[in-house]
Design a binder for this molecule. Structure first.
Ligand code: MRU
Length: 374
């Protein structure tokens, strides 16, 4: 996707060097800062502090982290240490484990001297695949958007789409998951307008999705998270589409806190609610997402304080509660399969149910969910 008209990815290989740079998402949209990652510790820090975030991007970045670790020490102990340290950075997005498993599978079959090279090649492959995968998600999602646009009353304006958090190219290597169909629709001349929900407490909608859509000239309006019910009730939303951090074998979907309430609003007003995801976001080992998906608990300070840019251009963080207020900060919630209209994947759109995921598993040549482990 483009920044000021120039094509970029959220993680880029620095030409001629075996290293990568990331767009620091903690300072967007107020500053555009590329940061070079040069070692395992840099990658761990970048994921933990959310300089990089979004399920697919966390996985791709961690894969490069394995390369850095093995370049410095290709022994078995380091293979295990890199895996453990990176896996512990964030608990909910299963793409992290998926990418680490992939790298580990490749490197353990190599002699130590060949491991770093093998990890570099595999991390590059994960990144490239992510781009193609999201393009395919975009194409399948575009068909849904076209269908929804056809069902609208003639002359009733653009297709009104609501999204939450940032499931755009900043959360992936390129394109995005939930935003990929929107970009493709806009590029194809379909008239769309996006309701961008702020996404308290970290504000990924306000700071990242609004910025991304603006860079691509996609019409959008920022709303507070609590607008979803009101807008749906007034007939101002045609469809909702969000990303995911982990989807179980029966179709329960963990995504940014607030997703579940949007799905309930969609259900109450008979609106389609889609979850867009790559197959790497499916945890085939899990069925009951409400019971079993680990939900990241973040610092209450993210709730009690708000950060932004002051009039003089300085970044400021201000307290918005009585001093000492205790705040709980669940970073994700789980939307049960029964309120999801469909799962938009790179292989097509599937019902969010054990049967739907079973069909997907068959299309992938996997054993039926519940019987496989990775
Ligand atoms: O805490 P974050 O910003 O990493 O959460 C991101 C989300 O919830 C996204 O919707 C999800 O990871 C999909 S990104 C394509």
């Amino acid at each position: 996707m483009k920044i000021q008209g120039v094509s970029h990815r959220s993680i880029e290989i620095i030409p001629g060097r075996k290293t990568v740079r990331i767009l620091d998402q903690t300072v967007l949209p107020h500053a555009l800062e590329w940061r070079e990652l040069a070692g395992l510790a840099d990658v761990v820090e970048a994921i933990k502090t959310m300089r990089v975030r979004g399920a697919p991007l966390i996985g791709a970045t961690a894969a490069f982290g394995c390369f850095f670790a093995l370049r410095d020490d290709p022994g078995d102990d380091m293979v295990a240490r890199a895996y453990t340290e990176l896996l512990a950075t964030r608990p909910t997005a299963v793409n992290l484990r998926w990418a680490l498993d992939r790298i580990r599978r490749v490197v353990v079959s190599q002699p130590p001297g060949a491991r770093a090279e093998a990890a570099w090649a595999e991390a590059g492959a994960i990144s490239e695949e992510d781009v193609r995968t999201n393009q395919a998600i975009g194409a399948h999602g575009l068909a849904l958007l076209r269908g929804a646009a056809r069902r609208k009353a003639p002359g009733s304006g653009p297709l009104q789409i609501m999204t939450h958090c940032n499931a755009g190219w900043l959360g992936c290597v390129d394109w995005g998951t939930a935003l990929a169909p929107i970009y493709q629709a806009h590029d194809a001349g379909l008239e769309v307008h996006v309701w961008v929900s702020e996404t308290r407490p970290r504000g990924q909608g306000a700071s990242l999705t609004a910025w991304e859509l603006g860079q691509h000239n996609v019409p959008h309006t920022l709303v507070v998270d609590n607008e979803a019910g009101h807008l749906a009730q007034r007939g101002l939303v045609d469809l909702m589409i969000v990303g995911a951090d982990r989807v179980t074998a029966r179709g329960d979907a963990a995504n940014k806190i607030g997703t579940y309430l949007k799905a309930l609003a969609a259900r109450a007003h008979h609106l389609p609610f889609y979850v867009a995801l790559p197959v790497s976001t499916i945890d085939w080992t899990m069925t009951d997402g409400i019971r079993d998906i680990p939900i990241e608990q973040r610092s209450g300070r993210e709730v009690t304080h708000v950060a932004g840019i002051a009039g003089d251009g300085r970044r400021e963080e201000v307290l918005i509660t009585p001093a000492g207020t205790v705040a709980r900060n669940d970073a994700f919630d789980v939307t049960p399969a029964e309120v999801i209209t469909g799962l938009v994947t790179e292989h097509g759109v599937f019902e969010a149910s054990a049967a739907g995921l079973g069909q997907l598993a068959e299309a992938l040549g996997r054993t039926r969910p519940g019987t496989a482990t990775t």
